[in-house]
Ligand binder design. Structure first.
Ligand SMILES: Nc1nc2c(ncn2[C@@H]2O[C@H](COP(=O)(O)OP(=O)(O)OP(=O)(O)O)[C@@H](O)[C@H]2O)c(=O)[nH]1
Ligand SMILES: [Mg+2]
Length: 204
């Protein structure tokens, strides 16, 4: 068979390869309601070119997808986002972003398989889109932290007010972030790792 005319597929780039020192890989999932910035966070934090499955939002979504507050949004995740970040020479995180639209939530089952923890990204202008997400996550029993993403005009509620509004247990960490910033997104993942570590260190 002659493949001479076929396009050559580029091999992995040097920066895509994991150093041999990496001993532990942890899977974490980013969840949240529609348009809260999940794809943005995975993209900003990832040290490899993130895999995204975004599609143009179509007329089919009109009346279904609530774009109030995010009117300029024109793409939406239909399957998942994927990125990777090295926390140290030995530890790497695989970061999976979920689709925010409820009609794709059946994909959560696969995305959560083997995950150690989750980040719930919240837009404080639209807290109500987070309620179902939090409920589903609590049903799964997966430990999570909550990160509020800074949009223009986002109310900055005191942490304890936010905890009450979202009905969160006292131990769940709540952090602020700007999903567009690599450093800020990294801090969110570090908060999750610290929380997971603290949970694992607790006596049973
Ligand atoms: N100002 C501001 N805009 C943001 C921020 N994070 C995301 N955005 C914008 O908000 C819109 C939605 O962000 P996405 O990352 O697509 O949100 P998502 O949660 O992945 O959306 P779905 O996959 O459709 O649920 C995009 O137009 C982003 O550019 C932020 O921290 N600040
Ligand atoms: Mg998305």
């Amino acid at each position: 068979m002659d493949f001479s005319g076929s396009e050559s597929v580029p091999g992995p780039q040097e920066e895509d390869l994991l150093p041999a020192s990496v001993a532990t890989a942890v899977k974490v999932v980013i969840v949240g309601g529609f348009g809260v910035g999940k794809t943005t966070l995975v993209g900003s934090v990832s040290e490899i070119r993130p895999l995204t499955t975004e599609e143009t939002m179509t007329q089919a979504g009109a009346g279904v997808d609530d774009t109030a507050g995010i009117e300029r949004k024109s793409f939406t995740t239909v399957a998942m986002d994927f990125g990777r970040i090295s926390i140290s020479d030995e530890l790497v995180l695989y970061v999976f972003g979920t689709p925010g639209q409820e009609r794709f939530w059946f994909l959560w089952n696969g995305l959560f398989e083997g995950a150690l923890g989750a980040v719930v990204l919240v837009d404080t202008r639209r807290l109500e889109v987070s309620f179902d997400v939090l409920g589903r996550l609590e049903d799964r029993g997966v430990p999570f932290v909550v990160a509020t993403n800074a949009f223009p005009g986002s109310p900055d509620h005191p942490t304890e007010e936010l905890r009450a509004a979202l009905d969160l247990p006292a131990e769940v960490p709540i952090v602020r972030c700007d999903a567009r910033s690599r450093e800020s997104s990294r801090d969110v993942l570090m908060a999750l790792m610290r929380y997971l570590y603290d949970l694992s260190a607790q006596p049973v």
